[in-house]
Design a protein around this ligand. Structure first.
Ligand code: NDP
Length: 456
């Protein structure tokens, strides 16, 4: 794919996201697709020189071993401009530096993003300008609606790319292939055959120097409200006719609209905890409350669990549990679909009536189906065995995948405005209950596997 007419403008180019995820995504994409030619314009409030910026880009590229003609082109043409994001004139000046269609990527804290979008209201943006907005999109349903209205005043919805980089994870998109391209799963993919679903994203990482951001978000906003609900939507949605933005977004929004808290009660449907000091692998972690950038009085959770239901014909009555925690000793990142027991087991089949369990590994894409067979011993003795497949990583990293969509004007992997608002609708009452102290904040030792609470 050749694209000689795009400019990626990074607002917040001096930040963590740009260096650690976004620029490596650019590098990976351009390595895979060396015919692309894009201009990368960095910007920030710091007075950096072009050389300083290019060495940031180069360092980020080296983390993914980026190479080739398209990469060299970026390294030799990329520039940096210091910009005040509240100034319409300075932002307009930055956009004027673009060649062809600009993608304005807001790699900024949410409050600064809103200021910059406001400052773009009256700018004469080139035809086809894309606005790429990071999560969290707002900080509750009301602010997400307001941000949607603001953005709608700048470009049409088809040019808004709300980024949830989990949608660019091949291991997450795997859910689509598994569901839609196999005859054996879709007929069983409903309340008649599935007893429960868990979506778990427990990781070893602690704060990694991002306390200032994380303490204002916590696991519920950082992971469940965004990424895990999006994964749930892929599991719950009706199969779209086409995997294009229109059909895929409509199916996903319809799924999200059906989701509500289990029994509609935030006190029983949610659980929270934060880690105390401990050892994760080889690393000593201090207690979360003592980490840099953390205000212990804010009671931010580092592990959150939520029980929800998709109240529709296909899923009513099936509990979905979403869970994500930091500083976990044995991390698990997987979707676990537990099927119902078979209705009758003939008496001569000796063994337990154990449900089939389908596991999708979100870290490596592996698929595992636990099944019961007559074992190698007595011919009617049941044994548990597994049908497993290794899948492996996708050709791009998630940010490379998301950027490819932006450059090719394919918004399938973006979130549409309604999806961003629905994510907040589902969790807003939980956050209110937590702020009111209605759900206890438990503790777990860093390096342990976190609390194991009863579930529906
Ligand atoms: P940073 O705190 O590293 O800051 C990002 C950029 O914003 C920097 O260029 C910083 O400039 C600039 N900035 C901060 N405050 C202001 C201000 N008041 N006025 C002007 N510029 C300002 O954030 P991240 O890079 O971590 O995150 C950026 C966005 O990406 C956030 O919305 C975050 O939620 C999202 N995100 C981040 C991820 C990550 O792993 N970092 C993962 C997924 C999403 P300066 O260098 O001068 O401070």
């Amino acid at each position: 794919m050749t694209d000689s007419e795009s400019t990626l403008i990074i607002l917040g180019g001096t930040g963590d996201l740009a260096a650690r995820l976004l620029l490596p995504g650019v590098g990976k994409l351009l390595t895979e697709e060396p015919d692309r030619r894009i201009l990368v314009l960095g910007s920030g409030r710091k007075q950096w020189s072009d050389d300083q910026w290019r060495s940031t880009v180069s360092e980020a590229f080296s983390t993914v071993d980026a190479h080739g003609a398209a990469v060299d082109h970026v390294l030799s043409t990329s520039r940096y401009l210091a910009v005040d994001y509240s100034s319409p004139e300075e932002l307009a000046g930055l956009v004027r530096e673009a060649h062809g269609k600009p993608i304005i990527y807001f790699a900024l804290p949410p409050g600064v993003t809103a200021t910059a979008v406001k400052a773009l209201q009256d700018a004469q943006l080139p035809e086809g300008t894309v606005l790429a907005l990071e999560k969290p999109f707002g900080n509750d349903r009301r602010s997400a609606t307001e941000l949607n209205e603001l953005v709608a005043g700048v470009v049409p919805e088809s040019q808004v790319f709300r980024v949830d980089h989990f949608m660019g994870e091949s291991t997450v998109l795997n859910i689509l292939g598994l569901r839609l391209a196999n005859r054996v799963f879709e007929p069983l993919w409903n309340r008649d055959h599935i007893a429960r679903v868990e979506i778990v994203y427990d990781e070893q990482l602690g704060l990694e120097g991002r306390g200032g951001y994380y303490d204002k978000a916590g696991a519920m906003v950082d992971m469940l409200q965004s990424h895990l609900l999006q994964i749930m939507a892929l599991i719950v949605m009706e199969p779209p006719a086409e995997l294009d933005a229109a059909d895929f977004h409509a199916a996903k929004v319809q799924a999200l609209r059906s989701i509500h808290l289990w029994r509609n009660d935030p006190r029983t449907a949610s659980r929270r905890a934060r880690y105390t000091a401990g050892t994760v692998g080889e690393r000593e972690l201090p207690a979360y409350a003592g980490e840099d950038g953390v205000d212990p009085g804010r009671n931010t959770e580092t592990l959150a669990e939520l029980d929800v239901e998709a109240a529709n014909r296909r899923w009513a009555g099936v509990p979905f549990t979403l869970r994500s925690g930091k500083a976990i000793g044995q991390p698990r990142q997987e979707v676990i679909v537990t099927f119902r027991d078979v209705p009758h087991l003939p008496g001569r089949l000796n063994g337990q009536n154990r449900p089939n369990v389908l596991r999708l590994n979100l870290a490596d894409g592996g698929v595992d189906l636990g099944i019961n067979v007559n074992g190698s011993g007595h011919p009617l003795e049941l044994q548990r065995t597994h049908l497993s497949a290794d899948v492996g990583p996708g050709e791009l990293n998630p940010y490379g995948e998301v950027l490819r969509g932006m450059l090719d004007a394919d918004a399938m992997l973006a979130l549409d405005g309604a999806a961003a608002e629905e994510g907040w609708r589902i969790v807003d009452s939980v956050r209110e209950a937590w702020a009111g102290g209605e759900v206890p904040l438990d503790e777990y030792e860093a390096g342990s596997n976190g609390p194991q609470w009863p579930r529906p």
